[in-house]
Design a protein around this ligand. Structure first.
Ligand code: SF4
Ligand code: ZN
Length: 313
């Protein structure tokens, strides 16, 4: 009996299996292991060098809530002086968004973290399901991603944050790498990185402190910290290609244990430095409509919203 179910580090009652390391840990040792990994990722990439105010993008899902709890712990223990502010966008997806916001509010309250809720419907005049009627409706998650990326950056900028932390995990990043390699999108590949530094004041530096942790590890951490897990999934995600690719990656990982970590590490250590030398940073201009940084005259967010307006006019 002993051995199989005892914690590798302290010998206590094991609760969690770290698959790629074939290691069982008890609750307390898992929490320490997890927070140390987040801390190491932050230090390795200098994510908080010179930081004073970190906006943490939270959806209500396990990854971003785990990120918030871990960052809150690390900031109070090792980076005192830094202020955390959680930002959440209510996407207006019925039967789902209410639940997400509730978790965000409860967890922020428990942790004592200040939070900003941005309600799409009342602040922007539309909800994510409305985008289904636009030409982008067939790829609703892509459109939703554009909305979230744009607004999260804008909100972080408006509250004076010098970092925007997101809960992207190893599985997310491997899924992206998979997609971009398949399509040969070199310009996208070069943007898959732990930190996206910016010296444009309206473009907040993005950091991904969970980039080396798996979806499962984030779920364990959320559970170990007593964070309520979302009991609903986004009804718009069904059959999405992203989910199908993630399933495929899980199958590969089962056949080649350590596959995800290997692919990520090869990318960051070997491929990325070379790509960064050859792929020029895109030059940003100001969006003629909203004034935020943009690759062309009008930013992708304003283009999206104008399609929505054209539809309802
Ligand atoms: Fe948005 Fe797609 Fe996520 Fe739903 S599953 S919240 S539509 S990105
Ligand atoms: Zn714009």
């Amino acid at each position: 009996m002993a051995g199989m179910t005892s914690c590798r580090l302290c010998g206590g009652q094991a609760a969690y299996l770290i698959e790629h390391a074939r290691m069982m840990l008890c609750r307390d040792c898992f929490i320490k292991y997890y927070e140390k990994k987040v801390y190491n990722t932050i230090m390795k990439h200098g994510m908080l060098r010179g930081a004073g105010r970190i906006a943490v993008a939270v959806s209500g899902g396990k990854d971003s809530m785990a990120l918030l709890a871990a960052m809150n712990r690390l900031v109070s223990e090792k980076f005192s002086g830094i202020k955390l502010i959680a930002i959440h966008i209510n996407l207006g997806i019925e039967g789902y968004s209410e639940r997400c916001q509730e978790i965000v509010e409860n967890v922020c309250e428990d942790l004592g973290v200040e939070h900003v809720i941005h309600d799409l419907s009342s602040r922007e005049g539309y909800k994510i399901p409305d985008l289904r009627s636009t030409p982008l409706g067939g790829r609703i998650c892509g459109a939703c991603g554009t909305v979230k990326r744009y607004l999260m950056n804008k909100l972080a900028y408006e509250i004076g944050a010098d970092r925007l932390a997101t809960g992207h995990n190893l599985d997310d990043v491997v899924e992206l790498l998979f997609e971009f390699y398949l399509r040969g999108s070199v310009e996208d590949l070069v943007r898959v990185r732990p930190v996206s530094w910016s010296d444009n004041p309206k473009m907040v530096t993005k950091i991904k402190p969970l980039i080396e942790l798996t979806e499962r590890e984030n779920m364990y951490y959320a559970m170990a910290q007593g964070i309520p897990l979302l009991d609903a999934s986004c009804p718009l995600a069904e059959g999405s290609r992203m989910l199908r690719r993630k399933r495929l990656i899980r199958l590969i990982e089962r056949e080649i244990p350590g596959f995800k970590h290997m692919l990520y590490k090869s990318h960051v250590k070997r491929i990325l430095p070379r790509l960064e030398k050859t792929v020029p940073e895109p030059s940003l201009m100001e969006c003629e409509k909203c004034g935020m940084p943009s690759l062309s005259n009008m930013c992708s967010y304003c283009k999206l919203v104008s399609r929505l307006a054209a539809r309802s006019a």
